[in-house]
Design a protein around this ligand. Sequence first.
Ligand code: BG6
Ligand code: MG
Length: 217
Amino acid sequence: MSKKAFIFDLDGVIVDTAKYHFLAWQKIAKSLNINFTHEDNELLKGVSRVRSLDIILGLGNVQATQEQKDQWLIQKNEDYLSYLVDMDESEVLPGVLKILKLLKDKNQGIALGSASKNARPILEKTGVLSYFDVIVDGNDVSNAKPDPEVFLKAAQLLNIDPKNSIVFEDSVAGIQAANIAEMVSVGIGEETILHEADHIFKDFTQIETSFIEELIG
Ligand code: BG6
Ligand code: MG
């Protein structure tokens, strides 16, 4: 049995935090009279905090000074963190633990590859931190998805070739990053949105043990 790198995105893949990012951004958008919909939110998935704000300001054609932007970024994160205060194991998305346990049993490399700077406390609060051999998050990379830096770094730290790496992602930018890195891309979500992925599942409950075993080879 070979050893592969299984790299997981965080928000919207391991935990259901995408909804909290949306609520926090919506508050900022509302205060600036910008119409910000669920559809617009797809553009923000996998994208850094700084870039997300620029996208929202662009939607409303709002110009701002760096000082104002810094203030909104702080506000957004404080509001986002307020949703995480009571976070616990119950926020781990259905089926995720089963796959993590399977990969551990099969002695595979497990990494986190996330744009979030809040990744570690979220993994701790939800009780899944110990599954990860390697964590690469928004504090470790300078190029945001669809740049493959975050996934390449994760594979490198696991000492596994990108070609032997598999990425689980819910964002278009993340699927593109995995494809650019020549990794196997597994989309978690809607087929209409994630059609560039090599494989697509609605959620982790749809992933059979045999699929993971085939990936391991
Ligand atoms: C990504 C999310 O995982 O992390 C984005 O999909 C988010 O929506 C980004 O903006 C940065 O997260 P954070 O926690 O550092 O603001
Ligand atoms: Mg995500």
